[in-house]
Write a protein that binds this ligand. Sequence first.
Ligand SMILES: Cc1cc2nc3c(=O)[nH]c(=O)nc-3n(C[C@H](O)[C@H](O)[C@H](O)COP(=O)(O)OP(=O)(O)OC[C@H]3O[C@@H](n4cnc5c(N)ncnc54)[C@H](O)[C@@H]3O)c2cc1C
Length: 365
Amino acid sequence: MTFDALVVGGGIVGAACARALLREGLSVGWIEREAVGGGATAAGMGHVVVMDDSEAQFALTRYSRELWDALVEEMPKDVEFERRGTLWVAADEEELAAVSSKKTFYEERGVQAELLDAKALYEAEPELREGMAGGFLVAGDSVIYAPCATRWLGVGATRITGEVIDMGDGWVKLRNGDELSAAVVVCAMGTWATELFPALPVKPRKGHLAITDRYPGAVRHQLIELGYLKSAHGNATESVAFNVQPRKTGQLLIGSSRQYGVTNGAVEEHMVSRMLSRAVRYLPALAEMSVLRLWTGFRAATPDKLPIVGLCPGMSRSYLATGHEGLGITTSLGTAELIADLVQRRTGVLNAESYSAGRFAECRS
Ligand SMILES: Cc1cc2nc3c(=O)[nH]c(=O)nc-3n(C[C@H](O)[C@H](O)[C@H](O)COP(=O)(O)OP(=O)(O)OC[C@H]3O[C@@H](n4cnc5c(N)ncnc54)[C@H](O)[C@@H]3O)c2cc1C
């Protein structure tokens, strides 16, 4: 088996990279040790969202959302694309006051956003608890079902089942003893990338999600508390934030929790209880709904909350595409374009330096 490119990791980032490299005319071998779409990708919420924690994050999420939008016509039904929009909920006047600068930030960068007063908020989402101050609506954000999107994005790549135990410049070694080489190798192993590249500053960050029975129409938008960014982008050992997503089935996905320093994937009662209490605080009707299933997953977190995309330090043929934390479903497509641009040595839409491993001192030595 010979390929122009090898992509290691069958998550949504690997799938998107495989697709972009195929489009560039390369033959692609796609290596996964388990099921495609079964890692963090299966655990995620599937919210395609523009986020403003930093300029680089905004640029990557905005560009990626545009790339998802460009695919809508060709997506199979099981990708379950829905333009739900994100409604950021302001619990009090202080939070509401802060969103007007958020609106300016989005609009100056070409993303349409709307401020909602309390009346407009309750028209949009009647089930929210009384007394909320207003909201911030980003109508262009959407929702997908990531495991099916992963399988679809990877169509055309040759699937190779195996575990990569070593990787160098343009080659990988599998546990069964096979060695494969290619002009381009992409390590898209999510949180497991540190097994091959221990110097990478990527830490697993555990998250819980719950899914309810079917309650069609109970919620219309992806709802998030404005404090979410404090949870997602802060460094607290444990945090929760209100985050609810309506699915096409009428079910509601309820998140979200974040934990550092935990490697056991078991569902933890104290985190579930904190997460669900927080959700009920915003959406009292949830207290009457049945939760069918709970699960956990591990986000690959970096210190600056940006992914690591670009050449492996000291190499010229092997690339990294990891560290996407809670945004890898959204940013998979932008990541893949960054990789394709680097492989083709062309300037793309994004500033590749912002995402390169070289921004971390430990990757330069
Ligand atoms: C609770 C939760 C909610 C989330 N919600 C969202 C959301 O709403 N929106 C969003 O954009 N993002 C969300 N995310 C983040 C998103 O799920 C991840 O960023 C994204 O799925 C990462 O994809 P990946 O392909 O990098 O990693 P993964 O999906 O983890 O894929 C990595 C793959 O590599 C394989 N692998 C690892 N080691 C080897 C090896 N040695 N050899 C061969 N294969 C190997 C693994 O088996 C795995 O399949 C969420 C994450 C969590 C945990």
